[in-house]
Design a protein around this ligand. Structure first.
Ligand code: GN1
Ligand code: MG
Length: 366
């Protein structure tokens, strides 16, 4: 039986009647809807079905989000900000729970909708957007710098451990359950050629050369709301993967997504390449936002992290293709293969530009 979104919404505490639920399809994991209510033109809430195949500990996940949002909320208040727009608010169910969960409908949560702001899919041709997004992610990093990391649940263990991602990929390749490995000989060869680089950040963390911090871990451009009037970052969203990690994960993943000339799943590989102009814009905003909360070693590894996080996603997309598309939502035939090819092209292009990227970082780092 198909889930009735209006029935789900009615189980949360708002007393308004929902008039329309519109899918928001940018994410690859959860199912998300903008909820409109009577007498209002703009959406008022965001209703999300949590993918519990992937987020098995949904209680832990919600506890993380509550904790992090309360922490950020206190700082927004202290800075005289707007708590309706600058932080996500979990809206409880009618019986006072932080989210709705039962065997019949699964796990659902309701957030406030951030009004008059946009989650951009691309920064190309939109001057200032990327620097604003970068500053917002950098600031977010700073706001969480005094969050007690040990209280966070590890919602997905080893999420950005590129070595374990590589090992998972090799297992998928050995099993080849969907019989697809024969389609990806070139990609597999390139993945293996770069295997020695998978451990760089993991090793630096283990040796204490870079600190473990509370990080967002999914810093795509479309995970920050940008104000439609001022073009400034308003609120960082999609907090499911807030966990202890490295600042390099957040920086690298942002560059992977936003400093690319194309969409993440572009089929025409001639359009897929790293853009140094966008990289520069991001670096300037990020370093401004993060302030003193970055070490010399982290600064040194910023360009490499862009390569690493892109390479990691090649492992994840291609691994999922080999596993028969069991993790990421796919919306086209061979979608995970297309994504993996685009990310591989981007990773190799990024690798070829590391020296130029280092020169840019040097310009902005104090
Ligand atoms: C997933 O669906 P979304 O936008 O939250 C994924 C990220 C990937 C991203 C690639 C929990 O993010 O790690 O980088 O797709 N999230 C999870 O677009 O696996
Ligand atoms: Mg997202």
């Amino acid at each position: 039986m198909e889930t009735n979104l209006f029935d789900i919404f009615a189980q949360f505490s708002p007393t308004e009647t929902a008039t329309k639920c519109e899918p928001i399809t940018a994410g690859l994991i959860n199912h998300t809807y903008a909820v409109f209510v009577e007498n209002e033109e703009k959406p008022k809430y965001v209703l999300q079905k949590i993918n519990t195949n992937i987020f098995k500990d949904s209680d832990g996940l919600i506890e993380n989000i509550k904790g992090v949002c309360e922490h950020v909320r206190a700082k927004v208040i202290a800075n005289g900000g707007d708590v309706n727009r600058e932080v996500l608010t979990l809206i409880p169910t009618k019986d006072g729970k932080s989210y709705l969960k039962n065997d019949e409908v699964g796990a659902w949560r309701l957030y406030n909708f951030i009004t008059d702001a946009t989650a951009h899919q691309s920064a190309a041709g939109k001057p200032g957007i990327l620097a604003s997004a970068a500053e917002a992610f950098g600031t977010y990093q700073k706001l969480l710098s005094d969050y007690p990391a040990e209280t966070l649940h590890e919602t997905i263990p080893n999420f950005h451990n590129t070595v374990s991602r590589y090992n998972d990929f090799m297992t998928a390749l050995e099993n080849d359950v969907a019989g697809r490995a024969c389609e990806c000989a070139y990609e597999i060869e390139e993945i293996k050629k770069h295997a020695h680089l998978a451990s760089v950040v993991v090793d630096a963390l283990a040796k204490g050369e870079i600190p473990l911090r509370v990080t967002h871990n999914d810093t795509k451009l479309n995970n920050v709301m940008i104000d439609d009037n001022t073009n400034k970052g308003v609120c960082v969203i999609d907090l499911d993967t807030v966990m202890p990690g490295s600042l390099l994960y957040d920086f690298g993943d942002s560059i992977r997504f936003a400093a690319c000339n194309s969409a993440e799943d572009e089929e025409d590989l001639s359009k897929v390449y790293h853009r140094l102009d966008l990289f520069e814009e991001y670096v300037s905003g990020f370093l401004k936002g993060v302030g003193e909360n970055i070490t010399e070693k982290e600064i040194e590894l910023l360009p490499f992290s862009a390569f690493l996080l892109t390479y990691e996603l090649v492992l994840r997309f291609l691994g999922d293709y080999l596993n028969g598309d069991v993790y990421f939502q796919t919306r086209r035939d061979k979608h995970n293969l297309i994504r993996a090819r685009a990310q591989l092209k981007l990773a190799l292009d990024t690798e070829s530009k590391l020296d130029e990227m280092a020169a840019i970082v040097k310009k902005y780092a104090k």
